[in-house]
Design a protein around this ligand. Structure first.
Ligand code: GDP
Ligand code: ZN
Length: 307
């Protein structure tokens, strides 16, 4: 039987079987090793696994894991030099953003987008709280949306309070596994609850399986919002993980820079003040937006502080 891991406690897993749609409480058989990656948890939510029924009702043993399409990691809190896999097989990474109350910075948005690019997860920006925007804020929103759409990122606007703009988001979620991220205060929880009105009922089936007192806070929660439709809630960029990046790699995760890299004179160009740099040239000509270049420079600098 094949299924998707929807909850992990570290010692056992809850798997939704694809064939009968039922939940199975599973343990692992043997050892799973992922090539080239030292991990503190062998399985994460989103993993597709093969299982064999075992004794009692709705209990099974996981025997195999399918190759992950992608995954997000963070540093393990209890094992040095090990990564903790937060979730895998993601289809979309949503970043909830607000331009007022609170104002999300370009730096924060771009860091998220760079991380999503590095993980090969398509990112979508969700501008929430548009009910609070006055004319001026709306005009600013248009500019910001245009900036990111030009690069190729999908942008959606909504209000979790009034319900405006929620339908297109619901449609996007259908049949996919989506990650929701954002600064605290942007309305992520309100939005998720508005998108999935009966979330409480849906999560109760899963809770019924949970042992009381089991500490699961280090593991991401995956919510089932419909058939084959999952939401993963992650508190912030830290949970999205620290991808180790070399300096000259960072611009590969800026699509508008990536498109110009082969025109730079030096192939290890970091686009700072090298001669014959196509990126700096594009910034001068206004073809790369200044805020994007500035966020790039700050990522480059951050990188310095890690060495
Ligand atoms: P989280 O920290 O991102 O999960 O944010 P919350 O969902 O807790 O929301 C933070 C605050 O913003 C709460 O007071 C919400 O009621 C409010 N809020 C959330 N969405 C909206 C919205 O679309 N419009 C307005 N005006 N307020 C919102
Ligand atoms: Zn360059």
């Amino acid at each position: 039987m094949i299924g998707t891991v929807i909850k992990s406690t570290g010692s056992w897993y809850l798997v939704r079987a694809h064939a009968d749609g039922l939940l199975y409480k599973c343990r692992l058989r043997g050892k799973f090793k992922i090539k080239g990656l030292k991990v503190s948890n062998p399985l994460a939510v989103g993993d597709e696994v093969t299982m064999e029924l075992e004794g009692g009702a709705q209990q099974a043993v996981i025997t195999e894991i399918a190759t992950r399409r992608n995954y997000i990691i963070r540093k393990s809190t209890h094992k040095a030099h090990h990564a903790h896999i937060v979730a895998s097989n993601l289809d979309i990474a949503f970043l909830v953003v607000t331009l007022v109350s609170p104002r999300t910075s370009f730096g924060f948005i771009d860091r998220f987008l760079v991380t999503a690019e590095a993980y090969s997860i398509p990112a979508v920006l969700l501008f929430n709280k548009i009910d609070l925007y006055d004319e001026e804020a709306m005009a600013y929103l248009q500019q910001v949306v245009q900036l990111y759409e030009q690069i190729g990122y999908q942008c959606l606007t909504c209000s979790a309070h009034t319900g405006e703009g929620l339908e297109p988001i619901r449609e996007m979620l259908q049949g996919k596994t989506s990650l929701f991220s954002g600064h605290s205060g942007v309305g992520k929880s309100t939005l998720v609850n508005a998108l999935v009105p009966d979330l409480d009922i849906k999560t109760s089936e899963i809770s019924a399986f949970s042992d009381k007192g089991v500490h699961t806070t280090t593991f991401a929660e995956m919510f089932e919002v419909g058939q084959d439709t999952y939401l993963i809630d992650t508190p912030g960029i830290k949970e999205l993980g620290v991808v180790e990046m070399k300096k000259e790699e960072i611009s590969h995760y800026y699509p508008e820079m990536r498109a110009r890299l082969n025109k730079c004179k030096y192939n290890n160009c970091v686009h700072l003040n090298e001669p014959g740099c196509a990126v700096q040239e594009a910034v001068k000509k206004g073809k790369i937006a200044l805020p994007r270049y500035e966020s790039y420079l700050s990522l480059l600098q951050d990188d310095d502080s890690h060495r």
